[in-house]
Write a protein that binds this ligand. Structure first.
Ligand code: 4AD
Length: 455
């Protein structure tokens, strides 16, 4: 088959901002193009083979007819085979359906890498035994499916939107270390590592480092991995997760809550303003609704009363009392019944981290907030930070933390302290809520949790 003197331009499949959008649909027949991709689907008929090609940018229906449809490579074509096709773009005939309403009428194709059929066909690998563990073992192949890929696209858009919103607000991004020698959220979930001959940990949160950026950067943020040795298997706990954290200087607790509302709603608006993402979200979570502001605010003490009134018991199967940790199951039931985003605030000092500022009006409690979302529960944990040196020293003592290793953190209270606060948002939990996922594992490229560290 004669390719002609000039090889046609290579175009990416799909339409939208990632592809040069050629207006094939309205033009005359005849735009010749060359496309590369993998066979997403194929349908063989007597005289014609329909191939849906996928290249990560989009999909394109390609039609092989005549002698092309009779070649050995065409009649043995399998899903996931990579290939190059040249041909003419046509608008799809009335009544027919194809991605972006167009199809490529092939005049030539080349196989680049064949994929196995039969026993080893991708459909057998990822569908036949569809249990969760098999799917995770085959995650590298599952990701080629439309749903798993859509979540990855939304994930990228959400992370981008956080960067956009923070920069609109004038926040500076910093890159704290992952290898550390201090704990932030308690010793029980620390991953130890042998750092040459010294003991070190994988970071649980970049918060303490972010606080040290305030004096030179002002409001700042980071999007980094955090690690937790969570010894339980739940729908929302990972061993490695992406943590969106920010610190705000010279603020009040109320400023922190207002900022959180703005951030969450702005990020969703930015994501939805991208038509491709809006479409993915509509498909992944058709019932998603933009939360209304202001979010419901509920003090911890009122939540305890609410749980008592609704006969939701604590982990020991007793009625909740002030001072109880509200466990995942109870928190979830409450969030699902109320069915709106909730700012749960003012947790008791005893159940919260050492660095949290006390409420001046009620020193039993901290100026702390968990943001709870229906279907997931807690997606954000934040607080005002202790700004007084002596109080911080007492807090180390209370928690049995050796102050020496924290000298760099303590120095923030010595060299010009300030009222400040911040938060950490679990990106996978945010995505589970936004995309309506059953578990945070589906929001990960390759999830890590107790018992799984591969592929
Ligand atoms: O509430 P956490 O433990 O708070 C902190 O780490 C603070 N130092 C953050 C800060 O103020 N800069 O964690 C914050 C969020 C949680 O709300 C949750 O969304 C997520 O991190 N998270 C997890 N996500 C997945 N798997 C886990 N094991 C998680 N642990 C926390």
């Amino acid at each position: 088959i004669n390719l002609g003197e000039t090889r046609p331009e290579v175009v990416k499949l799909g339409s939208g901002e990632r592809s040069k959008d050629v207006d094939y649909a309205s033009g005359d027949r005849g735009t010749r193009v060359r496309v590369f991709g993998r066979v997403h689907r194929e349908r063989k008929q007597k005289e014609v083979i329909f191939v849906t090609l996928r290249d990560g940018y989009g999909f394109m229906q390609c039609v092989l007819t005549g002698p092309l449809a009779k070649t050995y490579d065409a009649v043995t074509l399998t899903r996931e085979t990579s290939m190059m096709i040249t041909g003419e773009m046509w608008q799809v005939p009335p009544g027919a359906h194809a991605p972006d309403n167009r199809e490529l009428h092939a005049d030539y194709f080349e196989i680049i890498g064949k994929a196995p059929g039969g026993e080893d066909a991708i459909t057998n690998k990822v569908q036949a035994k569809g249990d969760a563990q098999t799917l995770l073992d085959q995650r590298h192949l599952v990701l080629r499916g439309e749903t798993a890929a859509a979540v990855m696209f939304v994930r990228d858009a959400v992370e981008h939107a956080f960067n956009v919103r923070y920069h609109e607000l004038g926040y500076i991004k910093v890159a704290p270390p992952a290898l550390v020698q201090t704990q932030v959220e308690g010793g029980s979930t620390l991953f130890d590592i042998n750092y040459y001959t010294e003991k070190a940990y994988l970071t649980q949160s970049s918060q303490l480092y972010l606080e040290t950026a305030l004096p030179f950067a002002g409001n700042c943020y980071c999007i980094e991995k955090s690690f937790r040795a969570e010894k339980s298997l739940t729908r929302r706990h990972l061993s490695e997760y992406t943590h969106v954290e920010a610190e705000l200087d010279f603020i009040t607790f109320d400023d922190l809550l207002t900022h959180l509302e703005d951030l969450i709603c702005s990020v969703i608006s930015i994501v939805l303003s991208n038509p491709r993402m809006a479409k993915h979200l509509q498909e992944l979570n058709p019932n998603f609704q933009m939360p209304t502001r202001p979010f419901k605010r509920m003090r911890y003490s009122d939540a305890i009363e609410w749980l008592q009134q609704h006969d939701i018991k604590n982990e020991n199967d007793q009625p909740h009392t002030f001072g109880d940790d509200i466990a995942e199951a109870a928190e979830r039931r409450m969030t699902d019944i109320l069915n709106v985003p909730i700012f749960l605030t003012h947790f008791p000092v005893e159940i919260k981290a050492f660095y949290m500022a006390k409420d001046t009006l009620d020193p039993r409690v901290t100026e702390s907030v968990d943001v709870l979302m229906p279907g997931v529960g807690e997606i954000v944990g934040g607080s005002m930070r202790m700004s007084d040196y002596d109080e911080l020293m007492a807090a180390y003592k209370r928690e049995g933390i050796g102050a020496e290793a924290y000298y760099w953190y303590t120095d923030q209270r010595r060299y010009g302290t300030s009222p400040h606060g911040g938060y950490g948002l679990g990106l996978e939990r945010f995505l589970a809520w936004l995309c309506g996922l059953h578990t945070v594992r589906e929001a990960c490229f390759y999830p890590r949790y107790m018992g799984r560290c591969r592929p």
